[in-house]
Structures are given as structure tokens and as C-alpha cells.
Design a binder for this molecule. Structure first.
Ligand code: CO
Ligand code: CO
Length: 382
């Protein structure tokens, strides 16, 4: 086990920055920052930026009140602290940019993370700096998980699966989506998830399950409902993201049929995974099953997304994605069929690409099981 993976991540980052012709990287707290340093900052109104030059010592701009975090940094930085007096903020940014020798840099940043707040201070400190997107450079590192990262994800899957198994006993006619969601959250925390869940669980009954991103409502559980649950746990910042769909009572025959097709599509997607296959082929494999069943227009989203420190990250499994799958990549396969006004089925697993092929981290039964059965998951126990 590698207790301190961060210095080698920093070295690899420097290599990919050079490959992408970037002189450095500006990162504010978030998943990339955590990946590189192991540190969580509560990002609020005060700017925090780590400047990583492709060679030389990184520089960190931070508020004085967060200076206690400096001891926990896994590599040396120059630190530039500012006080509650706002006039000290631009001074800290200017000094940090100079110390990292990035005043005229092609400076990478993450467009979906860096805020206008930090960007404005950086622009002011370095009018000649060119800001360029560095998403791809970082994704190329983060996509390949090391054994510690995989272990955290496996634990996040185990916790999520236990939490659902425990929650299943609460289902009865009349219980609402919100009641089930709150029990599920309670059991996720009880079984060991960090309180910051990857996302609030989706629990949707009957027609609501036809909305892939439904949020739990006061709808009561009713005989004949499909019950879609999409949930995850978080361990050391690493996420799980699983979906299972159940039946409450007897289903209308068409709803039963779409359950079988989605189950087959999920299997086809999982079986298509192996090293060196482009990501789009997984989407194609799952989608073909649904198209040939006659439900092309009812599978309204891509087949999956990368999973790690973020619940959605690279690689994406969609028709236009050429990214080659490689050992160490982790992502979901989650085909669905959604019949508006009637109900939807999605079956989502968390997969790891291995040297030999693929391993599913999630292991709960995948078929649409009856919730009113004695013990829907049979021998699955925590
Ligand atoms: Co999900
Ligand atoms: Co997902």
C-alpha cells in the first residue's frame, strides 16, 4: 500500500502539463485539488488557489485562517496568506504568481471548477497570462485508479449495497419516496458513508420512475409500481453510484418486458468492456439491445460515466467517445428505458477495467425483483 501517493501524482502532473504544452496549472479546492494534495478546503467566499508550475515549487494562495492546513500538505509549497483585509488579497496573488514564475505562462485551469472570483484575481496579478483548459491533462491522470483508490470505491459500493439491503424491509404500500430516501440516507451513514454523499438518492415510484433524474416526492407506493432507486456512498471522497429497479406487486406486462430488456442491455454493456476498446463501443453494445427491442427513443441518455472522486467524471460512455478503455478505469454502465407517464427501468453497475477484462464492483442481483417478496436479495446480507 502506498500511504503517500501525492508526490508521484505531482510528478506525473508535471509530465502531462508539458505534454499539453502548459507551463503550469491553477487549481482551486475540489476533486482535482484533493487528488493532488489529499486536502479538503471548504470553498466559500474566500479564494484559495494552488499554482503548480511544470518545474519549480508550487505556490498556494490561502486565507490566514486556513494556515493550519499547510502542515498537512504532502509536498513543499511557498504559501501566500492573506488577511481579512481585502486589500491584501491581490497582493498575495501577485506574489504567488511571481514565486511560481508563471507571470507570462500558458496557465492551465479547469473551466468547470475555477470560479470567476479566482480567475479575476489571477488575471489582475498576471495580465500577460494565457488561460487554457487543462481538463484533459488532469483527466488522463485521474482516469486510471491506483489500488488505494479502487479499494475506497469498493468500500463505497459495499456500504451502498448494505444500506439498500437494510432499507428494503421498510417498503410497504403507502410509504412515500421521501420516506424511503431518508431511510436510505440514514443507513448509508450508519454503514459508514461519509456525510457528503455523492448525490442525494433518487427514489421514484410508478410514473415518476420515467424521469431519469427525479427527486423524491410525497408519492405513496402503490400496487403495480416500478420502484427505481439510484444511490451511492462516499469513502475518502470516492463515490459509488448504483441503480436497481424493483416491482411492487404485479407489473403491467409491458413494464415487465422493459425490465428484461434493460437487464439484457446492462449485461451486453458490461460484457463489451475490455482493455483497448473505445468507450463508444460500450454505449453501442447496450443501446443495440434496446433498439432491437423497439425502444430506441426511450433510452434518452448515454450509457455511463466515469466514477471516482466525482460521481460524474471521465471517461464518458457515449456514441462520440473514442477514449480507449484501460486497466484501472472505473465507470458506470447504466442503460434505461423510460415510458413517460408509466414508468422507467434503469440498472446501473460500477465497473473496473482489469488486465483480463472487467470486474463489476457492484454485485447486487440485477433483474427487476419483487419488493413484496419475502427477501428480495436472497442471501445478500451485510
Ligand atoms: Co446513478
Ligand atoms: Co450514474
Amino acid at each position: 500500500m502506498n500511504a503517500n501517493p501525492y508526490p508521484s501524482r505531482l510528478e506525473k502532473l508535471r509530465e502531462v502539463l508539458q505534454v499539453h504544452q502548459l507551463d503550469g496549472l491553477a487549481l482551486n479546492p475540489g476533486p482535482d485539488f484533493k487528488y493532488l494534495t489529499g486536502l479538503n478546503f471548504h470553498l466559500m467566499e474566500r479564494p484559495v488557489v494552488l499554482l503548480v508550475p511544470s518545474s519549480g515549487t508550487p505556490a498556494l494562495v490561502l486565507p490566514e485562517l486556513d494556515s493550519g492546513k499547510l502542515d498537512k500538505l504532502p509536498f513543499a509549497v511557498t504559501d501566500w496568506q492573506y488577511s481579512e483585509d481585502r486589500s491584501s488579497w491581490p497582493v498575495a496573488f501577485k506574489a504567488a504568481l511571481q514565486a511560481a514564475e508563471l507571470e507570462q505562462a500558458n496557465l492551465g485551469m479547469i473551466p468547470r471548477r475555477l470560479r470567476v472570483l479566482e480567475l479575476r484575481y489571477l488575471e489582475q496579478a498576471g495580465p500577460e497570462v494565457k488561460f487554457l483548459p487543462a481538463q484533459e491533462a488532469l483527466a488522463s491522470l485521474r482516469m486510471i485508479k491506483d489500488p488505494e483508490e479502487v479499494a475506497a470505491m469498493e468500500e463505497a459500493v459495499r456500504i451502498a449495497q448494505c444500506a439498500l439491503s437494510t432499507t428494503l424491509s421498510v417498503f410497504e404500500a403507502g410509504v412515500t419516496e421521501k420516506e424511503i430516501a431518508s431511510k436510505l440516507v440514514q443507513w448509508l451513514l450508519h454503514h459508514g458513508s461519509e456525510p457528503e454523499l455523492p448525490f442525494f438518492p433518487i427514489v421514484s415510484f410508478g410514473p415518476n420512475s420515467a424521469n431519469p433524474h427525479a427527486s423524491p416526492s410525497d408519492r405513496p407506493l402503490t400496487e403495480g409500481d416500478l420502484v427505481l432507486i439510484d444511490w451511492g456512498a462516499s469513502v475518502n471522497g470516492y463515490c459509488s453510484d448504483i441503480t436497481r429497479t424493483f416491482a411492487f406487486g404485479d407489473l403491467n406486462p409491458e413494464l415487465e418486458k422493459i425490465g428484461e430488456f434493460v437487464h439484457l442491455a446492462n449485461r451486453a454493456g458490461r460484457e463489451a468492456v475490455q482493455p483497448q476498446v473505445p468507450a463508444r463501443r460500450i454505449d453501442q453494445a447496450a443501446r443495440e439491445v434496446i433498439i432491437s427491442a423497439g425502444y430506441r427513443e426511450y433510452f434518452t441518455h448515454r450509457t455511463g460515466h466515469g466514477l471516482g472522486l466525482e460521481a460524474h467524471e471521465e471517461p464518458y460512455l457515449a456514441a462520440d467517445q473514442e477514449t480507449l478503455l484501460l486497466p484501472g478505469m472505473t465507470f458506470t454502465v447504466e442503460p434505461g428505458i423510460y415510458l413517460p407517464g408509466r414508468g422507467g427501468v434503469r440498472i446501473e453497475d460500477d465497473l473496473l477495467v482489469t488486465e483480463q477484462g472487467v470486474r463489476s464492483l457492484s454485485t447486487l442481483p440485477r433483474e427487476v425483483l419483487r419488493l413484496d417478496a419475502e427477501d428480495p436479495f436472497g442471501v445478500e446480507r451485510c
